[in-house]
Design a protein around this ligand. Structure first.
Ligand code: GDP
Ligand code: K
Ligand code: MG
Length: 281
C-alpha cells in the first residue's frame, strides 16, 4: 500500500477527534512527543490501496507561537511534514475558522478542507457554494458530518486526489495583502533567497509574513542563520514604514487584511438562512 501521512488541523471543538475516531476505528493509539505536555493521537486505516496514517493535533485558532497548542502544531507541521493537511472547519462558524486556513495557505502545503458540522448549516437553512469557495482558496472543500460519518469517503477520496496531484481545485494562491505589507513580504522573500540552507520545508512567504508579525517561533528558527541580522534589518525597516503609513503594527494590519479576504470570499459564496422573525406582509 502507498502510505499517506495526514494531520488534522483546526480550531478547538470543530470535530477533529470525531473525524479521527471514525477514520482510524479501533487502530488508534496515544502517541507521546518529547518535551511537550500537549499531545497528539495517531491511528491508521486502509482504504482503496492506501494506508492512511492520521494524526489528531491539538485545537488552535492560529499558527502563532503564543500558546503550547499553537507551538505544538507549528512544530509538528514543520518537523513531521505530513503529506496532506486536513483542515477541519465548522460550517456554521466559517469566518473565524478560515483564519487558520489563511495561515495554512501561506504555508503552501497540500491540503483538503473538511467542512464539518455541515448539518448545522442545513439546520440554519444557510447555503454555501463550497465548490466555488474551494476554488477561491485553492483548496478542495468536502462537506462532512463527523459525528455520523457522512462525507468521510468523499473526504478520503479527495485526500487521495490531492496526494496524487490530480485534484482540479488545488492551486497555490497568495492571499494578497495591502501594498505596504506586500512590499515588506517581497523584500524578505528576496533576501531569503541568499540562503540556500533555508529548508524547502518552509514557504518563504509564510516565513516573511510571520517575521513581519514578529512570531517568536519563526524568530527562533531564523536566528540561527548567518543572514539573520540582514533579515531583521529589512523587517524592522518594513515594520517602521507600515506603522508610519498605516498607523498600526504589521500584526494588526495582516489580521485585518486576512479577515477582509475571508469576508469577501464568504460574501460571494455564503447565503445565510432566513431569520425566524421574518414574516410576510
Ligand atoms: P475537536 O475538539 O476538534 O476534537 O472536536 P470533537 O471531535 O471533540 O467534537 C466537538 C463536538 O462536536 C462533540 O460534541 C461532537 O460530537 C460534535 N460534532 C462533531 N462533528 C459534528 C458534526 O458533524 N455535526 C455536529 N452537529 N456535531 C459534531
Ligand atoms: K474537544
Ligand atoms: Mg479533540
Amino acid at each position: 500500500d502507498k502510505i499517506i501521512n495526514i494531520a488534522l488541523v483546526g480550531n478547538p471543538n470543530c470535530g477533529k477527534t470525531s473525524l479521527f475516531n471514525i477514520v482510524s476505528g479501533a487502530h488508534e493509539h496515544v502517541g507521546n512527543y518529547a518535551g511537550v505536555t500537549v499531545g497528539a493521537k495517531s491511528g491508521t486505516m486502509k482504504y482503496k490501496g492506501y494506508q492512511f496514517n492520521i494524526v489528531d493535533l491539538p485545537g488552535t485558532y492560529s499558527l502563532s507561537a503564543y500558546s503550547p497548542e499553537e507551538l505544538y502544531v507549528m512544530r509538528y507541521l514543520r518537523e513531521e511534514t505530513p503529506d496532506v493537511i486536513v483542515n477541519v472547519v465548522v460550517a456554521s462558524n466559517l469566518e473565524r475558522n478560515l483564519y487558520l486556513t489563511s495561515e495554512l495557505i501561506d504555508m503552501n502545503r497540500s491540503m483538503v478542507i473538511a467542512l464539518n458540522m455541515y448539518d448545522e448549516l442545513e439546520k440554519n437553512k444557510s447555503t454555501l457554494e463550497y465548490k466555488q469557495l474551494g476554488k477561491m482558496l485553492g483548496v478542495p472543500i468536502v462537506p462532512t458530518k463527523a459525528y455520523t460519518g457522512w462525507g468521510i469517503d468523499n473526504l478520503l477520496d479527495t485526500i487521495i486526489e490531492v496526494y496524487e496531484l490530480r485534484n482540479p481545485d488545488t492551486r497555490h494562491i497568495h492571499i494578497k495583502l495591502r501594498t505596504e505589507i506586500e512590499d515588506g513580504v517581497r523584500q524578505l522573500v528576496d533576501s531569503f533567497k541568499i540562503d540556500s540552507t533555508l529548508s524547502p520545508k518552509f514557504s518563504p512567504r509564510y516565513l516573511a509574513i510571520k517575521m513581519l508579525e514578529k512570531d517568536p517561533e519563526v524568530e527562533r528558527i531564523l536566528k540561527d542563520y548567518p543572514n539573520y541580522h540582514e533579515w531583521e534589518r529589512i523587517r524592522n525597516r518594513a515594520n517602521e514604514k507600515i506603522e508610519r503609513e498605516l498607523g498600526d503594527d504589521a500584526n494588526a494590519i495582516i489580521a485585518a487584511e486576512k479577515y477582509g479576504f475571508i469576508q469577501g470570499a464568504l460574501a460571494e459564496t455564503l447565503q445565510n438562512g432566513k431569520t425566524e422573525t421574518e414574516n410576510s406582509t
